[in-house]
Design a protein around this ligand. Structure first.
Ligand code: PLP
Length: 401
């Protein structure tokens, strides 16, 4: 018998499991709205032109070798990533008080940040929004932090529960870590308005809580890199400390290349340099050093103003297509006279719409219409096209009737 005979079958990941079920469905009308990846109007994955160009430059450069990167990754990539999220003229960067490590996309950046906090920060409690991206609980728990939730989404308004949020963070122990989605909250698509961010910032600073931003969608939400960085920059502008996990999966379409960065903004250059030295000790036993290819692509684009501008145009085109899908779906439901208020579809931002459909309605839509999504009713707007909107609208209409 196997020495592993006692190992039990693990459940499918709730998000990746949607695609597994979709792949098994032979019906040609099937539609996968579970995936958190951009699709073109034709339903195809997209490699940005500017990414192809950057890759070509890298391949043609015979001086490039495959040597190991340093533990913290590509230094140029780290500098450019900090600049991208904090802004060109950020005093924190000018004062050398940002420690940055290239990590394995957003997830790896969150994990390295969490491991660092578990080892070097006095408070082991982290608050995540309710609901949040499903992996947050697992990443932080695995790193040894204890995870609490703060109220975030209000099902009644399909908007932000700002009162509940402020109460819960107000009751958090001093110094607790607070996970904030920098923009395009996943799964709800609900972000605080600028004046609500200001309320949140004041509360967090007054209680000496430590903000940890998960920034997986910069530029992908509104189409503007600067607008989507607003919340992070508000917190950095007050001189206080924070952590930021950045991902280039969505905004550069580099999903499988695993390109991301963790930045820890500190009070001064001396502490940032000590923090940076400890980040190396966290990373070395986990994976030694990060991969070179994807970060080289990102750095090539970020450092060349022509390519950077080309990227911004392609990024905005992705964001605009998603925004247009929201409008088309909303219009299609209005045209059918579907019961209920569906204005949240156009109010929410980012890749996902939190439809408000319950798990029975989702199961009905999968069974009768071959539409796949997570059971919480979250649909990926990026998985929709003008051709598939009517089918989805028919399904929603039938599900709520
Ligand atoms: N954080 C949030 C909120 C996300 O939605 C995602 C991706 O879906 C990630 C982090 C991390 O993604 P990745 O590790 O692919 O960059």
């Amino acid at each position: 018998d196997s020495v592993f005979a006692a190992v039990v079958q693990a459940p499918e990941d709730p998000i990746l499991g949607v695609t597994v079920a979709y792949n098994k469905d032979p019906n040609p009308i099937k539609l996968n709205l579970g995936v958190g990846a951009y699709r073109t109007e034709e339903g195809k994955p997209l490699v940005l032109n500017v990414v192809r160009k950057a890759e070509q430059l890298l391949v043609n450069d015979r001086s490039r070798v495959k040597e190991y990167l340093p533990i913290l990754g590509l230094a140029e990539f780290n500098k450019l990533s900090a600049k991208l999220i904090l802004g060109d003229d950020s005093p924190a960067i000018q004062e050398n008080r940002v420690a940055t490590a290239q990590c394995l996309s957003g997830t790896g950046s969150l994990r390295v940040g969490a491991e660092f906090l578990a080892k070097h920060y006095h408070q082991r409690t982290i608050y995540i929004p309710l609901p949040s991206w499903g992996n947050h609980l697992k990443v932080f728990t695995m790193a040894g932090l204890s995870v609490n939730a703060y109220r975030y989404y209000d099902p009644a308004t399909r908007g932000l529960n700002i009162q509940g949020l402020l109460e819960d963070l107000g009751a958090a122990p001093s110094g607790a870590i607070v996970l904030l989605h920098a923009c395009a909250h996943n799964p709800t698509g609900v972000d605080p308005a600028p004046e609500q961010w200001e309320q949140i910032r004041q509360l967090i600073r007054s209680k000496a809580l430590l903000p940890f931003f998960d920034c997986a969608y910069q530029g992908f939400a509104s189409g503007s890199l600067d607008a989507d960085a607003l919340a992070v920059r508000m917190f950095v502008a007050d001189g206080g400390e924070c952590l930021i996990a950045q991902s280039y999966a969505k905004n550069m379409g580099l999903y499988g290349e695993r390109v991301g960065a963790l930045s820890i903004v500190c009070k001064g250059a001396d502490v940032a340099s000590r923090v940076e030295s400890q980040l190396k000790l966290v990373i070395r036993p986990m994976y030694s050093n990060p991969p070179i290819h994807g970060a080289s692509i990102a750095a090539t684009i970020l450092k060349n103003s022509d390519m950077y501008n080309e990227w911004k145009i392609e990024l905005k085109a992705m964001a605009d297509r998603i925004i247009s899908m929201r409008k088309q779906l909303y219009d299609a439901l209005s045209a059918r006279g579907t019961a209920g208020d569906w204005s949240h579809i156009i109010k929410q931002i980012g890749m996902f719409t939190f439809t408000g459909l319950n798990s029975d309605q989702v199961a009905f839509m999968t069974k009768e219409y071959h539409i796949y999504m997570t059971s919480d009713g979250r649909i990926s707007m990026a998985g929709l096209s003008s051709k598939t909107v009517p089918h989805l609208a028919d399904a929603i209409h039938a599900a709520v009737t």
